[in-house]
Design a protein around this ligand. Structure first.
Ligand code: SAM
Length: 280
């Protein structure tokens, strides 16, 4: 018997006209659509006049559902996987299913389309021949700052997803940990209040602080990577700090590193924590 195909179908990130002709056809031809939130996807299907049944597949039931979905595919059913918006698996559920399908020898086929990360990069006006997609930063301040400290030497453009209620804190942390850099804030892309604002990090931070409207909706932050020469200097400074951390308690090591490198104490302290050194 011929096995079915698992189609991984991108859906719009706001503007429903961004659905592709192929996505619409595929969604109407499959036996079942696996959706992160069936009610949400039902609205899209209604708009497209597609009547295919839906079944929920989200982070909380994915592991439990995988076997029964594989059985359907093995029995010859073609299925589609969608998320609430954009491309499934990009900061969205589905990788367990896709992996299990590949391991079972089932064909997995992409139906590409909208993705907030790519849409943001396409209008950010930054070098994007190489970039690093970081998805969501940790929600807790210490973990977020630590992740940012680990990324300080990254010279590629960095792309982050962020929730509106955290954007201000995140920009504040980026400013304190990464220093002066260019940033493009991309908000509500493809929607009525679409905003793309590029500037130095401190200016964008001030603007978001002053205009609370900018703390709403869906946001992608595109941050310039470290300048290569800064990265070299910082790498040397970190090497000095790490040697000191191997020999001394945290605070003493940081104090000495401040004197040896001239770097800001907070910067060195965060770097020490990011390396896993505990405060004493
Ligand atoms: N899979 C999706 C994709 O392909 O972009 C991303 C899903 S992730 C759970 C949701 C995040 O994507 C939002 O918090 C926001 O950071 C970003 N996002 C989604 N739609 C957006 C839009 N229209 N404008 C800006 N950012 C968006």
């Amino acid at each position: 018997m011929t096995q079915g195909v698992l189609y991984v179908v991108a859906t719009p990130i706001g503007n429903l006209e961004d659905i592709s002709l192929r996505a619409t056809r595929q969604l109407s031809e499959v036996t079942l659509i696996l959706a992160e939130d069936t009610r949400h996807t039902q609205n899209l299907l209604h708009h497209l006049n597609v009547r295919t049944p839906l079944s929920a597949l989200h982070d909380h039931n994915e592991a439990a559902q995988v076997q029964s979905i594989l059985q359907k595919l093995q029995a010859g059913d073609d299925l589609a996987l969608v998320s609430d918006a954009g491309t499934p698996l990009i900061s969205d559920p589905g990788y367990r299913l896709v992996r299990a399908a590949l391991e079972a020898g089932i064909r997995v086929s992409p139906v590409p389309g909208a993705c907030a990360m790519v849409a943001a990069l396409s209008v950010a006006g930054v070098a994007s021949d190489r970039f690093a997609f970081e998805g969501f930063l940790p929600a807790k301040t210490v973990a977020r700052r630590s992740r940012l400290a680990q990324l300080r030497l990254e010279t590629r453009t960095l792309v982050f997803y962020e929730a509106p209620h955290r954007v201000l804190e995140t920009l504040q942390d980026m400013w304190e940990v990464m220093g002066a850099r260019e940033l493009t804030l991309c908000r509500e892309l493809t929607k009525t209040f679409e905003t793309v604002r590029k500037g130095v990090l401190s200016d964008i931070l001030l603007w978001v602080q002053q205009d609370t409207q900018q703390q709403r909706g869906e946001i992608v932050l595109v941050l310039a990577g470290a300048a290569p020469e800064t990265a070299d200097d910082q790498e040397n400074n970190l090497r000095i700090l790490y040697v000191l951390l191997d020999e001394l308690p945290l605070r003493q090591a940081v104090d000495l590193a401040v004197r040896l490198t001239g770097c800001r104490k907070k910067w060195l302290y965060d770097a020490a924590l990011a390396r896993g050194k505990r405060d004493d």
